[in-house]
Design a binder for this molecule. Structure first.
Ligand SMILES: O=C(O)[C@H](O)[C@@H](O)[C@H](O)[C@H](O)COP(=O)(O)O
Length: 239
């Protein structure tokens, strides 16, 4: 696949800078959640950790939505206490679930289990409460092509990338990570009405364009999101 051709279900949205992107994406997410709430009692929003989502969280948390009818959870979690500096739960509680969005119901992934493997069943039970398809899933991507915590070379990668897999979550321990992680599986993440890939910077654009080429998802796990026919993927990017 050359000359910038995209996989058939991918739409690209490019912005001049990260704040313009965040403003536009927050407005779109607000519309999508509002549409969901006009048709169903509750709506679901799945967000990712890392640094990229911060401007989006800040733009989203003041949106005039019926947040008390919105369930928020994570695409993945670092297996650390919720007050740890690297906790995604801590990030979401501090940066997104404030102002109007403070009324949302948050479903944490971290349990009291010592390891993500031991916490899998409780975590899956928590996610069972979320009606499917999910309404809005917002994914990030690392420079190695990982998304959520589906890292190249991680033990549970094949299970996590199985598009027909029954596992809703997988325990991942990427070789380089200082702590284990738990990730929603691709089959869970793609069972959604809207899937967004939110990336910023030239380096990530280059990795995304490489992943648009045919190849093994095991080497660039984001390929499992881009090369599928289940749901449209909206890529939001700025320099
Ligand atoms: O828990 C996490 O770290 C995220 O879910 C992860 O998948 C993230 O989206 C990428 O690593 C990009 O992170 P940055 O936005 O910090 O580049």
């Amino acid at each position: 696949m050359a000359n910038g051709v995209r996989p058939p279900r991918v739409m690209e949205h490019r912005f001049k800078d990260r704040n313009s992107l965040a403003g536009a994406l927050a407005a779109d997410v607000c519309d999508w959640l509002g549409t969901g709430l006009s048709a169903r009692p509750r709506a679901s929003l799945i967000v990712s950790g890392g640094s990229t989502p911060l401007p989006l969280f800040h733009a989203l948390r003041d949106k005039p939505l019926a947040w008390e009818r919105i369930d928020v959870t994570l695409a993945d979690e670092r297996w650390v206490s919720p007050d740890h500096a690297d906790s995604n739960e801590r990030l979401v509680r501090q940066e997104l679930l404030q102002a109007k969005a403070a009324a949302a119901r948050f479903i944490p992934l971290k349990t009291t289990a010592a390891t993500p493997e031991q916490g899998l069943s409780e975590c899956e039970a928590r996610l069972d409460d979320l009606p499917r398809p999910l309404d809005v899933v917002i994914l990030g991507m690392g420079g190695d092509g990982h998304t959520a915590s589906l890292f190249p070379g991680s033990e549970a990668l094949a299970k996590g990338l199985d598009p027909e897999g029954i596992a809703r979550c997988v325990a991942c321990t990427p070789g380089t990570a200082p702590y284990p992680r738990l990730s929603l599986s691709i089959s869970t993440l793609l069972n959604a009405r809207r899937v967004v890939l939110h990336i910023v910077g030239a380096d990530k654009w280059a990795v995304y364009r490489q992943a648009c080429e045919a190849g093994e998802p095991s080497s660039l796990p984001i390929r499992a999101v881009l090369h599928q026919n289940r749901v449209q993927v909206d890529v939001y990017w700025s320099p």
